[in-house]
Design a binder for this molecule. Structure first.
Ligand code: NAP
Ligand code: G4F
Length: 327
């Protein structure tokens, strides 16, 4: 039985990856942070067909190198997926040092824990399309230069190059997945797609009248999270470690998403959307559109769910109030 260790197991991607790996027969170990209330709702909704007896949670933190070292040593994982992060771009402007510590140095702590413990574990790093920032070419692929535009993106660039450096200097089987935005009913409520879908469903049911948003002109390449976690796993099953862009190849504006979500329930968005400066960023990433041809060719990976289907999945989950795992 293969063993996987996941940081960020309680997050959107962590919960889908856990489900995916348990279905494949893995023993899955996850690192969780201590909090005053124990809320692990995404893991609570893991499909009932999956054998949860092979899931183990351990306290640890990316800011605490000693906990990482001990866990890598004790668990002896075959694969390590580093998904843990302060993952909100706008909030990274409020807490830049914390974001750099967890997302940047945290990755280095984990890489060093693997190296120090002489582990042969394969390593996956959650790199981000935010690293392209002020984009130099469109669409963006693995050769597109980075121009990060937030503390979050700067930390991710640091972690990306540390991962490549451990591969090149110390022979770690380490891969970076440069994932473009991916969403689901399990997306955090303060990311724009989930915020819109939840708000639209509440307006439709009469619970509220308005939603308040920031920049509607930004364009994103939005895919479906369960498909993206399969790409992470595929990267670690290859003969050699490499870096891959994972995306849909489509780009849509936030305004298009808003229009489509309100149209889904037969409402006119202009009557219900307000602007608030507080949801804008000091520097914006205006356009993201990924070129996933390397992943298609080498991993045999392709997205199936694109903009319209993604919106329908997320809207249906909000309208029916189905538990977030029942997809
Ligand atoms: P998410 O839902 O925000 O989950 C983040 C996870 O990291 C949570 O489990 C969180 O734990 C954990 N975490 C936060 N701080 C930590 C710390 N100090 N030590 C250990 N764990 C910590 O993020 P996601 O959408 O699943 O994304 C997964 C990863 O992919 C992140 O690294 C993100 O930056 C990256 N990424 C995401 C996207 C996307 O579109 N979703 C695209 C590219 C890259 P709590 O539950 O305790 O908060
Ligand atoms: O949903 P968002 O907050 O996602 P963002 O900033 O693109 O970051 C996400 O994707 C990255 C991959 O490219 C990940 F690395 C990162 O961890 C995260 O998962 O914002 C999307 C767009 C932005 O342009 C933002 O300015 O929506 C715009 N927006 C407009 N109004 C808003 C809002 N974003 C949020 N969160 N809230 C608003 O009210």
């Amino acid at each position: 039985m293969k063993k996987a260790l996941i940081t960020g197991i309680s997050g959107q991607d962590g919960s889908y990856l856990t489900e995916f790996l348990l279905k494949k027969g893995y023993e899955v170990h996850g690192i969780v942070r201590r909090s005053s209330t124990v809320v692990r709702s995404r893991l609570d909704f893991i499909s009932p067909e999956v054998n949860r007896q092979n899931l183990f949670l351990h306290y640890g933190d990316l800011s605490d190198g000693s906990s990482l070292f001990k866990l890598v040593n004790r668990i002896k994982p075959d694969e390590v997926y580093n998904l843990g992060a302060q993952s909100h771009v706008r909030i990274s402007f409020d807490i830049p040092l914390y974001t750099a510590d967890v997302d940047g140095l945290g990755t280095l702590r984990l890489l060093d824990a693997i190296r120090d413990s002489h582990s042969q574990a394969k390593f996956y790093q959650a790199s981000s399309s935010e690293m392209f920032g002020l984009v130099q070419t469109t669409p963006q692929n693995e050769s597109t230069p980075f121009h990060p535009r937030s503390p979050y993106a700067c930390a991710k660039v640091f972690a990306h190059y540390q991962t490549i450096n451990y591969r090149e200097s110390h022979g770690l089987f380490a891969c970076c997945g440069i994932l473009f935005n991916h969403e689901s009913p399990r997306r955090g409520e303060n990311f724009v797609t989930r915020k819109i879908c939840k708000g639209v469903a509440e307006i439709k049911s009469g619970k509220r009248q308005k939603i308040t948003l920031g920049n509607l002109d930004a364009r994103r390449d939005w895919g479906y999270a369960p498909e993206y976690v399969e790409a992470m796993w595929l990267m670690l099953q290859q003969q050699t470690a490499d870096d891959y862009v994972i995306a849909t190849g489509e780009t849509h504006s936030v305004k298009e998403f808003v229009e489509a979500a309100f149209a889904y329930v037969g409402l006119n968005w202009q009557e219900h959307v307000e602007f608030d400066q507080k949801y804008t960023r000091p520097a914006e990433v205006d356009l993201l559109q990924g070129d996933y041809s390397k992943a298609k060719q080498k991993l045999g990976w392709e997205p199936k769910v694109k903009f319209k289907d993604l919106l329908a999945i997320m809207m249906e989950a909000e309208l029916t109030g189905e538990p977030v795992s029942r997809l």
